[in-house]
Design a protein around this ligand. Structure first.
Ligand SMILES: [Zn+2]
Length: 299
């Protein structure tokens, strides 16, 4: 029996590295429920959702972050959005992509994603946004983010992401373990050596989180022999914040003329949220109401 989903923060050694460890089994199950992803799509989306929560945990206050993986593979890209409060949402272009296993007998996430770029967009509020872009390394997501941290943020990092998926595409377990070297430790060869040993002996992340262990137990088991100090924990969840009002706002941006044409053609409008597949249908009456509102705001 796995525990609930949460993220734990820890420091290693004499504050030489920081760790983000999290179980995301329920997060990825919810995503699968919304999108009916095939096993390889579940793995790709699950790894990226897990990474979104880690990057979200690095934010402050009302900041949000978007991850866009734009690859040329049959998955058709991945979009994930997260905030600093442990909420994440996401989707893939083609949730029904089906691929044979890789030569190593694994879900072939790298082939599904293909070649392309990883974009990280941090929205710091007040219309201020920071964007970092790096080329995809393997499309396996973990290596791609390790490369991003090194090249965009100059932070040496080890990124382990894993989703264990059943044949029906439903995740059995999911989690992540991210270690980042802090500036003072970069020249500490002894500490780096012990860290590298621990990481080289680490079992697959998905199997670690499949067991009846707390997130803290997982961290302790990976970093045996290195002092671990836990400094916080936060619940995480898949949560879409879409609403009828938000789609109404989007329709308003079409403008009076275009909406009048739709009403004249007697068309209702069906909109679907990419992130959670919820449908919002606008009837002719409702479209007329929006036109009245648009008229009022003009005056
Ligand atoms: Zn939604």
């Amino acid at each position: 029996m796995q525990g609930h989903d949460y993220l734990a923060r820890a420091m290693l050694g004499d504050n030489q590295a920081r760790v983000f460890a999290l179980r995301t089994t329920e997060v990825v199950k919810t995503a699968h429920g919304h999108h009916q992803t095939t096993p390889v799509a579940t793995a790709a989306l699950g790894r990226t959702l897990t990474m979104g929560l880690v990057l979200g945990a690095m934010l402050k206050g009302d900041e949000t972050i978007s991850l866009q993986i734009k690859g040329d593979g049959p998955l058709g890209g991945i979009v994930v959005s997260a905030n600093s409060k442990g909420s994440v949402k996401g989707y893939v272009g083609n949730p029904h992509v089906d691929l044979p296993f890789s030569a190593a007998g694994k879900l072939d996430v790298g082939t599904a994603v293909g070649k392309g770029n990883l974009h990280v967009i941090r929205d710091l509020g007040l219309k201020e946004a920071y964007q970092g872009t790096v080329p995809l390394q393997t499309g396996e997501i973990g290596e791609d983010f390790a490369y991003y941290f090194m090249n965009s943020e100059q932070t040496p990092s080890a990124v382990g992401l894993g989703v264990l998926v059943g044949v029906d595409g439903v995740p059995i377990s999911s989690g992540g373990l991210i270690v980042q070297l802090l500036p003072d430790a970069v020249a500490d060869e002894e500490f780096i050596g012990s860290l590298e040993r621990a990481l080289s002996q680490m079992p697959a992340v998905s199997s670690l989180f499949a067991e009846d262990m707390s997130v803290e137990d997982v961290v302790e088991s990976v970093f045996q022999g290195i002092p671990v100090r836990f400094i916080g924990k936060e619940d995480v969840r898949f949560l879409c914040d879409c609403s009828w009002e938000r789609f109404e706002q989007a329709l308003m941006t079409l403008g009076t003329e275009e909406l009048q044409e739709l009403v004249a053609a007697g068309e209702t409008i069906e909109t679907v949220c990419h992130f959670c597949n919820k449908r919002y249908d606008f009837t002719l009456d409702q479209l007329n109401m929006i036109l009245v509102e648009l008229g009022n705001t003009r005056e």
